[in-house]
Design a protein around this ligand. Structure first.
Ligand code: PEP
Ligand code: MN
Length: 373
């Protein structure tokens, strides 16, 4: 059961204390408080765990500061949608709002290689009005002999260049909790010229200790990629791990599934699950067309496969696109064969816009035919 408190409820207020005293004396019930800090208000939700079937919604609704009560199923207590379609899990980070209604493109390098490439990439993004990017510095590689990323040594110049070119959020993978500390320290050291969305990759979706560590910090939001060989339910539970530790500023990423059924793409594109994740959870949904497709192959209509699948995800309502670009893909140290070139940035962004407008038209059309839920 969730108690949704009145917006901006002060945890120091008498009414809040009264509520907590009441909850503390309920037998076999534990409560966990969860605060969602939005741009305009702070929402407090109290999750009651245990024998909640004995509690009545009517009675709980009359408690001080309680605005609404929602009875939830066992699954995805925090990230889940339950029977309440309205509650939002949106968040604003560095002035960029993430929700199931927005759309942001994170185009950038799969891996940071040289300062020149980082700068050229960021300059191109700024020229195209972009304020987000992706840049990996800790790379989980299949071979131990492959380039593992420059690690913390490159963070200061990456952050400084981001600041110089107005980049507000960088999606950056972490594979160990030490990386979170290193990123935090480098942001401090450089005076926070930008922000980082911590990415948990598909190989770590069920690395529960990493999930707990990243969930315990609330400074940076998290992009959690779906595990490539596990069920959607298992991946959503991984997102719930983050939220249950305190960080519900999560974007859920689809990046294709590992099976040769999807050949000749690197992974079997799963963007049909965009609306499914939006139905099962309240999280914004990201698509990663680059790691799904894995090549620069082009269809006879001249559109790259990466562009085709991006449009498929966006027209289905995706809220974020993570996509590999590189100023010189042939020189990239990781995933060069799937990186788009900078002269493809403009058509890519325009194509995303075409698909986005089509999605909004589809929603408006269907609204005319269906009553509000
Ligand atoms: C990446 O985004 O660079 C990456 C390694 O992604 P994934 O975890 O989806 O393979
Ligand atoms: Mn990659």
């Amino acid at each position: 059961m969730i108690l949704i408190l009145e917006p901006n409820t002060d945890p120091e207020s008498d009414t809040y204390r009264q509520l907590m005293r009441f909850l503390d004396q309920l037998p076999d019930i534990q409560s966990r408080t969860h605060r969602v800090v939005g741009a305009e208000q702070v929402l407090t939700e109290i999750y009651l765990i245990g024998n909640t079937s004995a509690l009545s919604i009517e009675e709980m609704s009359t408690l001080p500061t309680v605005e609404r009560v929602v009875r939830i199923s066992e699954e995805y207590r925090i990230i889940g949608r339950h029977h309440d379609n309205e509650r939002s899990l949106e968040f604003t980070y560095k002035g960029v709002t993430f929700s199931q209604h927005e759309l942001h493109v994170f185009a950038g390098l799969c891996a940071v290689d040289t300062p020149e490439h980082v700068e050229t990439m960021m300059q191109a993004l700024q020229e195209h009005g972009q304020v987000c990017t992706r840049m990996g510095v800790y790379k989980p590689r299949t071979s131990p002999y492959a380039f593992q990323g420059h690690g913390k040594s490159c963070l200061p110049y990456v952050f400084e260049l981001a600041g110089k070119y107005g980049i507000r959020v960088i999606a950056m993978e972490v594979t160990h909790e030490n990386h979170v500390r290193e990123i935090h320290e480098a942001l401090e050291q450089t005076g926070h010229p930008t922000g980082v969305m911590l990415q948990i990759g598909t190989r770590n979706t069920q690395n529960f200790e990493l999930l707990k560590a990243v969930g315990r910090q609330t400074e940076m939001p998290v992009l959690l990629k779906r595990g490539f060989g596990i069920t959607l339910e298992e991946s959503l539970n991984a997102a719930e791990y983050l939220a249950s530790e305190g960080n519900s500023r999560i974007v859920f990423g689809l990046r294709g599934m590992k099976t040769n059924m999807g050949d000749p793409h690197r992974n079997f594109v799963d963007f049909a699950h965009v609306p499914v994740v939006k139905r099962l959870s309240r999280l914004p949904v990201c698509i990663d067309p680059s790691h799904s497709v894995g090549s620069r192959d082009r269809a006879p209509d001249r559109l790259l496969d990466v562009m085709h699948v991006t449009a498929q995800g966006v027209i289905a309502g995706a809220n974020m696109v993570l996509v590999d670009f590189h100023p010189a893909p042939e020189k990239a140290l990781v995933d060069g064969p799937q990186a788009l070139r900078l002269d493809e940035l403009a058509p890519f962004l325009q194509d995303v816009q075409v698909a986005r407008e089509a999605y909004l038209k589809r929603v408006a059309l269907m609204r005319e035919y269906t009553a509000d839920p």
